[in-house]
Design a protein around this ligand. Structure first.
Ligand SMILES: Cc1ncc(COP(=O)(O)O)c(C=O)c1O
Length: 398
């Protein structure tokens, strides 16, 4: 006798709830800006991916309006069929030029890029070696292949080398090996040791795939990303993946690298071939976001100035800020209950931040993840620091 599906789903949900694994986002009732309205309250936002505040930039918004009026709200098809507008092609080209990569192909989301492209880079007889803290979309993409997988300890180049040496004697020999890493790790704000990874990869004839979701707009000259930041090239880092949902302020994803990589991606990636194109207005807005980034590198400088100030002040107060190297600043709290209590406390003071708790991070490693942006003002930074000071003292964190 089959179980009643509705009853089964209700039980499953109840079980998630009991384990504290349900997620209830707050409702955003305004544009996403440093001052936004969530759940009917005006708050200062310190948990947005909108690093450069481009989602509300007039040039970006205007480009979306004009393209929507010309091309309509949707592309009407997959890019692979009848939805490959001039704007989508222009975006591919502009992005490649911005990244300094030979070519780029844009997707509907970053998640779909990782899931779709990684699924096609290897197969039976190949190996993926992945950092243990890589994003879920990387994990899913690799899972879709028939290749073998190995995981190296977070950022641990010695462990990566150990695996590469061990697999060198694998019989039959692996045909292709891909080393896959986040560029910026989204829970800690730390950087992948990309130069050392590139060196090891070259020694062992492996490809390198980096997810630059939190590096673009943030790292490198004018926000060109982690590969630029480390002075590496597309001969050393073979696939650079990124997203338009973070510093670009919109939505979409891309893969950048050699012409060959892009041809493979276009011809084999199911998430690109078999899913509707980004709306043309989105493509136009993303082109405008690139324009703004190229014309105003000072937006990236202001982001870093805000980040440095916040980090310095929080450290001076005695907070443990983990291993942050970017505008993602974790405030380590230990227990999940402490992280939730601190987030609730500062919410009461008008500051919106996110508690990151088990199972998103290991037990005992719960934290608040603060994300800084270009348009945070001095007063807003000081208000957040003051709220954290009060909450940190009450909870015994400082
Ligand atoms: C490291 C990383 N990769 C990929 C993604 C997915 O990007 P998108 O929002 O474009 O789907 C994210 C977003 O959460 C991310 O943090």
């Amino acid at each position: 006798m089959q179980r009643d599906p509705i009853k089964y789903l209700a039980e499953k949900y109840q079980s998630l709830k009991e384990q504290g694994l349900t997620w209830e986002p707050r409702e955003l009732q305004s544009a996403n800006q440093p001052v936004s309205i969530f759940d009917g309250r005006e708050v200062l936002v310190f948990c947005s991916n909108n690093y450069l505040n481009l989602s509300t930039h007039p040039q970006v918004v205007q480009a979306m309006i004009e393209a929507t009026q010309k091309y309509g709200a949707g592309a009407g098809s997959d890019r692979s069929i009848a939805g490959d507008t001039s704007l989508h092609r222009q975006l591919d080209e502009r992005l490649a030029a911005f990244k300094g990569a030979p070519a780029s192909l844009t997707f509907q989301t970053g998640f779909m890029t990782n899931q779709g492209v990684l699924a096609q880079l290897g197969g039976r007889g190949d190996l993926y070696i992945s950092d243990e803290l890589n994003h879920g979309s990387i994990i899913d993409g690799i899972r879709l292949t028939k290749a073998d997988r190995a995981i190296y300890r977070h950022k641990d180049v010695d462990d990566l080398q150990r695996i590469l040496e061990e697999v060198a004697t694998h019989q039959p020999a692996y045909q292709h090996i891909w080393i896959v890493t986040d560029g910026v790790f989204s829970m800690d704000g730390d950087l992948a040791p990309l130069p050392a990874i590139a060196e090891l990869a070259a020694e062992h004839g492996a490809g390198v795939y980096v997810d630059d979701a939190h590096g673009e707009g943030v790292l490198g000259a004018g926000g060109r990303g982690i590969v630029n930041h480390f002075g590496l090239t597309s001969d050393q880092i073979h696939a650079e993946m990124g997203t338009f949902s973070k510093a670009f302020g919109i939505v979409g994803g891309h893969i950048s690298g050699s012409q060959e990589l892009i041809k493979i991606a276009m011809n084999t990636t199911r998430t690109w071939l078999l899913s509707g194109a980004l709306p043309p207005g989105v493509a136009a807005a993303t082109i405008a976001a690139i324009d703004v980034m190229e014309q105003h590198p000072e937006r990236v400088e202001r982001l870093w100035k805000n980040r440095d100030y916040f980090l310095d002040q929080m450290q001076a107060l005695g907070f443990d800020t983990g291993n942050s190297e970017t505008p993602i600043v974790p405030i380590m709290c230990g227990e999940s209950t402490t992280a939730k209590a601190l987030a609730d406390f500062v919410w009461g003071e008008g500051i919106y931040v996110l508690p990151i708790v088990y199972p998103m991070v290991a037990r005992g490693k719960a934290r608040i993840r603060v994300q800084l942006c270009t348009e945070h003002t001095q007063d807003q930074l000081d208000a957040a620091i003051a709220a954290f000071k009060k909450g940190g003292e009450q909870l015994g964190l400082i």
